[in-house]
Design a protein around this ligand. Structure first.
Ligand code: SF4
Length: 276
């Protein structure tokens, strides 16, 4: 008997189903459906299956197979040995202390909370966004608004938990009206991002949108010309994809974003694990 869901959880699950549907992933749910959970226009989903990695084969051909356990996401031994997770957390704290109550650029004047970063200090995958929005400015945490919910769904589609990755922005204070950070603002703040990346030492970076791509690559190019291949940021693999806020405005691009995330999964060796 399925447990009743509170409205917020139900809405989050329905939104995740929509996300998978938009990706074209509609045949990977194998458990009975709670009809109260979703409306008939959406693909089938049970609460238990949310967040599982999409299967590579249609559900009908795998009915007699056990449902795989959620994959863990440990750091490779050589990475863990080089920089122990406890030291990475301490390194991040040093960077946060150095930023302090920052007034280095004009963005500090409109800030409520400085948004440093969120996630695992030992993450193998690090997302870089542009800057905080209103929700992030209020909470001091990156990607917690609608775009954050979409990013959470993207992370879940990769078979990961949000707390297994690290998320940071090019600028740590909200630009007025959510405008794009000015070059002097981004150039003033981005060295802190670079140090965060050095501290976490991820194997793969994902730049969310043109601003993140511009300041990680050190050059401004149309996003279309940067997507679909692996770049390098100081020796770390870098994938460029759309910002979730853009995907909210143009959901047709979600399949393209999913293709980019699959490149990141391949680089992390996650594709083979998804077939367990
Ligand atoms: Fe300081 Fe960055 Fe905020 Fe500018 S955006 S005030 S550099 S923390």
């Amino acid at each position: 008997m399925a447990r009743p869901l509170d409205p917020a959880t139900r809405e989050a699950l329905v939104e995740r189903v929509r996300f998978y549907r938009d990706l074209g992933l509609t045949e990977f749910y194998r458990r009975p459906v709670d009809p109260a959970l979703i409306d008939q226009s959406l693909p089938l989903l049970s609460a238990e299956s949310v967040g599982e990695q999409p299967a590579s084969q249609p559900a009908q051909s795998q009915e007699d197979q056990p449902i795989p356990a959620r994959r863990t996401f440990p750091a490779p031994p050589q990475i863990a040995a080089a920089v122990p997770p406890a030291e990475r957390a301490a390194a991040l704290q040093i960077i946060r202390d150095e930023i302090g109550d920052c007034t280095r650029c004009a963005l500090h004047t409109g800030r409520n909370k400085l948004v440093f970063g969120d996630g695992s200090p030992a993450a193998r995958l690090l997302f870089v966004g542009e800057g905080p929005g209103a929700d992030e400015d209020a909470q001091g945490i990156p990607f917690v608004g609608k775009a954050g919910q979409l990013l959470n769904n993207m992370i879940a589609a990769m078979g990961l938990k949000r707390e297994e990755v690290y998320i940071a922005n090019v600028v740590k204070c909200r630009p007025p009206g959510n405008r794009t950070p000015e070059p002097d603002e981004a150039n003033t703040c981005s060295p802190f991002l670079f140090r965060q990346i050095d501290a976490v030492r991820p194997e793969v970076l994902v730049a969310l949108g043109a601003t993140a791509a511009t300041y990680l690559l050190g050059q401004r190019q149309p996003l279309a010309g940067l997507r679909g291949r692996v770049h390098s940021f100081r020796g770390t693999k870098l994938i460029v994809t759309y910002h979730p806020a853009y995907l909210l405005r143009d959901p047709r691009q979600k399949k393209e974003a999913w293709a980019d995330l699959q490149i990141a999964m391949r680089e992390l060796g996650l594709k083979a694990a998804a077939k367990d």
